[in-house]
Write a protein that binds this ligand. Structure first.
Ligand code: ZN
Ligand code: ZN
Length: 287
């Protein structure tokens, strides 16, 4: 099984890549299966049909002033497109329907409602944390004014709290995400080991998996994401459910380093299986 389980396209507000381009690239890359996981980030983004309207964020990108339109996936159009392409490309690739929930403890209710509306459509849900108290990591708004220990402690506590409130997901995504945006360098795993162990134990009891996010290569991280130490701990605690995804927002990165991640799992972590999902149920495959 060669599968990319974290993909974005035009239905994410931070991607312009047509869904069909991603599918064609996946077929050209000889993937057996691909799962789209477009973004939902309640709190900082609204739904396309929210009566209060969409949110515009003023930003400077590459020295130019731009207005970014922040909106979640247009779910009816997204699932209709996925159903259509599933049929069109059925003989070439298996296409699965997922979403990436950028969840926080303060937005759990919105995800409960969303999941209730689309649970029959969904094969797979990623549990991500991209912001805490609506403060984004990638903009440094969350980290600002805190020392490295403070923002790391707060981030893992928020994940632990939120995962006890919300259960409609498949895998914890890029679990050490702060490492991607940490201007203070690598924060030692040992400092957060206890809370990470609690997170992983809870996930295992709850039947949840973790994801290897291969965009770590693109971001120039020295380790995998999550780190090898976290992957080993998950395995040692009895965890078995692992997916691997490129997090590609454009065809250039589709399936990028997925095979490297498989090799690391096998040769360094001692895990010989990865998962795909069908209607939220894991299916195990030898690698
Ligand atoms: Zn993410
Ligand atoms: Zn993503």
């Amino acid at each position: 099984m060669y599968a990319d389980y974290h993909l974005h396209c035009e239905y994410s507000d931070d991607s312009n890549e047509p869904m069909e381009n991603q599918i064609r690239q996946a077929i050209a890359s000889d993937l057996d299966e691909m799962c789209f996981t477009d973004h939902v980030d309640y709190g900082i983004k609204r739904d396309w049909d929210d009566p209060e309207g969409i949110i515009i964020r003023h930003a400077v990108e590459h020295g130019k002033e731009v207005d970014l339109v922040l909106a979640n996936v247009n779910y009816p159009k997204y699932f209709a497109a996925l159903n259509m392409y599933q049929k069109k490309y059925a003989s070439s690739i298996s296409i699965k329907k997922g979403l990436e929930f950028g969840i926080q403890s303060i937005t759990v209710d919105a995800y409960e409602k969303l999941y209730a509306s689309y649970q029959d459509d969904l094969d797979f849900v990623l549990f991500s944390m991209h912001q805490v108290n609506n403060l984004e990591f990638w903009t440094q708004d969350f980290q600002k004014g805190k020392i490295q220990k403070e923002y790391n402690d707060e981030y893992y506590k928020e994940i632990y709290q939120t995962m006890q409130m919300f259960h409609h997901y498949s895998c914890l995504t890029h679990l050490d995400l702060l490492a991607r945006y940490d201007e203070n360098g690598i924060y030692p795993f040992e400092n957060e080991k206890d809370i990470i162990a609690e997170i992983l134990k809870y996930a295992i009891r709850d039947g949840k998996g973790i994801e290897i996010n291969t965009s770590s290569w693109k971001y120039g991280l020295k380790d995998t994401q999550p780190s090898r130490a976290i992957l080993k701990l998950y395995k040692d605690l009895g965890g078995k459910i692992i997916t691997v995804g490129s997090d590609a927002h454009e065809t250039k990165y589709l399936a990028s380093h997925i095979k490297d991640a498989y090799a690391i799992l096998k040769n360094e972590i001692g895990i010989n299986e990865i998962c795909t999902f069908d209607h939220m149920q894991p299916i195990f495959h030898k690698i």
